[in-house]
Design a protein around this ligand. Structure first.
Ligand SMILES: [Zn+2]
Length: 144
């Protein structure tokens, strides 16, 4: 979840930054993503000024994440905000078994989809957060 939050920092969206990370069947990170515009598209001046106008053009973090692997390759997805209904449908199609999220998104039908398809959908709030990490032991900073 901490990694998903770091990924969200890359989002250009000034109104909502969402990050996501996918783990494979051996808990290896196979991708990180965030909400944003299509690859190689540069927003024209003023694009970000209108919050409502920009919404339909934003690719959700889960969409960008699923572009990084094939169906069945990822077991777990952690996303900073509960998936919207559309993204939850896509995560189902990609065979994701477990989904962790931090912030709630009440307008989503993710809970219903998870219940029907037997996907574990869990809110995670206990994870390392920026600014709240314990000091690093000096001996850990020295490479051996
Ligand atoms: Zn979505």
């Amino acid at each position: 979840m901490a990694l998903a939050h770091v990924a969200s920092l890359r989002s250009e969206d000034p109104f909502r930054k969402v990050g996501a990370v996918a783990l494979d069947w051996e808990n290896r990170v196979i991708g990180t993503a965030y909400n944003g515009l299509a690859p190689k598209f540069d927003a024209p001046p003023g694009f970000w000024d209108d919050r409502e106008r920009r919404r339909k053009f934003m690719l959700h973090a889960e969409v960008n994440l699923c572009s990084l692997f094939r169906r069945g390759e990822a077991r777990l997805v952690a996303v900073t905000t509960k998936p919207c209904t559309s993204c939850m449908q896509m995560l189902c199609a990609y065979g994701i078994c477990e989904i962790h999220y931090d912030e709630d998104y009440p307008d989503s039908d993710a809970d219903d989809l998870a219940a029907l398809y037997g996907i574990r959908l869990e809110r995670i709030s206990d994870f390392p957060r920026a600014g709240a990490t314990p000091p690093v032991e000096p001996h850990l900073l020295v490479s051996s």
